[in-house]
Design a protein around this ligand. Structure first.
Ligand code: HEC
Length: 114
């Protein structure tokens, strides 16, 4: 009986974890759309790698700091809640968090052969 209960709770936990990661993926997908639609890519690059402005991926900031910057920066266009809701900003943040880290210089043959 106890084993059944334990198995059941493990199963439930697994199901919940899977649902959670599917939701996170959806959020990141929405975030990608918003990242493109709100022109973040123009300055920070399609991979968040930077270009006209600094690299922003993978972000080192917690959400609050990221949001503070996007909302109140005077270094870039500030996005007010009228333009980008809190939920949309969260989606962009989740997307930026999924952007991969760049490879180490040693792992890029063209650069390590110099
Ligand atoms: C017109 C160009 C431009 C656009 C568009 C833009 N940014 Fe920026 N962003 C900047 C500049 C410039 C900075 C300041 C970089 C610096 O000198 O630290 C910055 C900084 C940031 C930072 C802080 C980076 C750091 O580590 O200091 C974040 C986060 C960020 N931008 C996110 C976004 C997001 C999300 C969007 C879209 C909603 C966006 N930016 C759109 C130009 C832009």
């Amino acid at each position: 009986m106890k084993t059944t209960k334990t198995l059941l709770s493990i199963f439930t936990a697994l199901l919940l974890a899977q649902a959670g990661s599917a939701v996170a993926q959806d959020t990141a997908d929405e975030g990608r759309e918003l990242y493109m639609a709100n022109q973040c890519w123009q300055c920070h690059g399609f991979e968040g790698q930077g270009g006209a402005a600094v690299r922003i991926a993978p972000t080192v900031y917690p959400f609050e700091a990221f949001a503070q910057f996007v909302r109140h920066s005077n270094l870039m266009p500030a996005y007010s809640p009228n333009v980008l809701s809190d939920e949309q900003l969260r989606q962009i943040f989740e997307y930026v968090r999924t952007m991969p880290e760049p490879p180490a210089l040693e792992d890029i043959p063209e650069l390590s052969d110099l």
